[in-house]
Design a protein around this ligand. Structure first.
Ligand code: EPZ
Length: 412
């Protein structure tokens, strides 16, 4: 499927179940490299990026069983994965820490940039070097070697989610103690840490940072991936702008405080239970000023979706994108549907307009695709979204879930 056709204007109603978090599942699958024992993951979302990670692990030599649950057993490394698997997904960098600490060698291709901006891995390499790895940078790949990594104190130049995950995984088997002064604290990082602790890792989260004491070997475990807070946030915006009412179940509202706070500022009505949120659709929204920050701040992965909601606000809204300043490709496409969004370096100004009109638009990255789908659901007439494959990378059965609450979506 390379495009979808969405008939706008239907008032959606019903219940959607949130899937496991892609950004927790990816490092947790990579953590299967850290032991020769069986690691079992439940609630893994069946999305393209997970498929890519599984292919990477299999081509490295892991035995993988994929059914209701996913089982990984890595006795030894037998090969180097195909180049396209590294290019397809920046998160392929997550094999660096586990490979280096378990097998003493890692070979990764420079991850491709993507439409949300440059995606360097210099912080990852700096940290591995500090832990004793020899890093050889070649034209199209990086080779990292270490007889045995040793613990160290690390302060990243800026907070990095996968950089933190790589160091925690590497430090779990390193000799001695590691302390990360400014770790990412996203729920997905904490979930990975909880899984590693069940495998025998010694990890302690303190106020000032995270402390890891290396052990000789890790054992297997069974772990259930946390619900996807970004998918849940995406459906909250669907509910706000395109539904009568929508119940979002199997989510964790405690992971979504910044998003719920901003949603509250728009004046939308919603109620929260321990693992579900009920939201009522609205036509009137107060304008917002959103500034993306590392967790627990407002997530960069939610600003594209919120831009659709702000398009209907009574007044001018603003998004300041501090994580990926170029992450505004969705604005150009929304403007083709009648939005009035202007972009200045790292900042978007969104005028509140009354309506959007269906048009043919182009998906450019995962969250931009979701934003265009939401716009298509509320626009007048039909919207065709091309290159919709971007969305399949990170949303499980997205169109099936939307159809189950009344959306009219056809494959193009
Ligand atoms: C993770 O990417 C997520 N991906 C992203 O989600 C998310 O947008 C991002 O964190 C920020 O929350 C996964 O977890 C698989 P970073 P990551 O390292 O780890 C700079 C989605 O939509 N940086 O926290 O790659 C970087 O350029 C995806 O699901 C360096 O300069 O992001 C950025 O400006 C998109 N050098 C900032 O740090 C480095 O070595 C934060 O990036 C690493 C990062």
């Amino acid at each position: 499927m390379n495009s979808v056709l969405i008939e706008g204007g239907t008032k959606l109603k019903g219940k959607v179940k949130i899937s496991g978090a892609k950004n927790a599942a990816l490092p947790e699958l990579a953590a299967g490299l850290l032991t020769s024992h069986k690691v079992t993951l439940l609630e893994v979302p069946r999305v393209k990026d997970v498929e890519t990670m599984l292919e990477l692990l299999m081509e490295l030599g892991a035995e993988i069983y994929v059914g209701e649950k996913i089982e990984i057993r890595t006795e030894k490394i037998i090969g180097t994965p195909r180049e396209e698997l590294f290019k397809a997904m920046r998160a392929s960098v997550l094999i660096l820490g586990p490979m280096l600490s378990r097998f003493g060698r890692a070979e990764i291709l420079w991850p491709g940039g993507c439409s949300i901006g440059k995606r360097p891995i210099n912080f990852h390499l700096m940290a591995m070097k500090k832990m004793g790895a020899e890093i050889i940078e070649e034209t199209n790949k990086v080779v990292a070697k270490a007889r045995r990594l040793h613990g160290t104190r690390i302060r990243f130049p800026r907070i990095t989610v996968t950089g933190t995950e790589n160091v925690i995984m590497a430090a779990s088997l390193a000799r001695g103690e590691t302390f990360i002064e400014n770790p990412a604290m996203e729920p997905e990082v904490i979930d990975l840490s909880n899984m590693l602790k069940k495998m025998g890792a010694k990890i302690e989260w303190q106020k000032e940072g995270v402390y890891i004491e290396g052990v000789e070997e890790l054992c297997g475990t069974v772990h259930s991936v946390i619900p996807d807070r970004i998918e849940a946030g995406t459906f909250l915006v669907v509910g706000a702008v395109a539904s009568d009412s929508l119940e979002i179940v199997n989510c964790n509202p405690s992971h979504m405080e910044a998003v719920l706070e901003k949603l509250g500022e728009t004046g939308v009505e919603f109620s929260i239970k321990s693992s579900s949120i009920m939201i009522k659709g609205s036509k009137k929204f107060q304008p917002l000023r959103i500034e993306t920050k590392e967790y627990p701040g407002f997530p960069t992965d939610m600003q594209a979706q919120f831009m659709v909601l702000m398009n209907f606000a009574d007044g001018e809204s603003e998004v300041i994108e501090n994580i990926f300043p170029e992450r505004f490709n969705h604005a150009r496409e929304l403007n083709k549907m009648g939005a009035e969004i202007e972009i200045y370096r790292g900042k978007a100004i969104i005028k509140g307009v009354r309506k959007l009109k269906g048009n043919t638009v182009l998906a450019t990255d995962l969250r931009a695709s979701a934003s265009l789908v939401i716009a298509g659901l509320v626009a007048e007439g039909e919207t065709e979204i091309k290159d919709i494959f971007h969305l399949m990378r990170g949303y499980e059965n997205f169109f099936g879930k939307l159809r189950s609450i009344g959306a009219s979506i056809k494959e193009g």
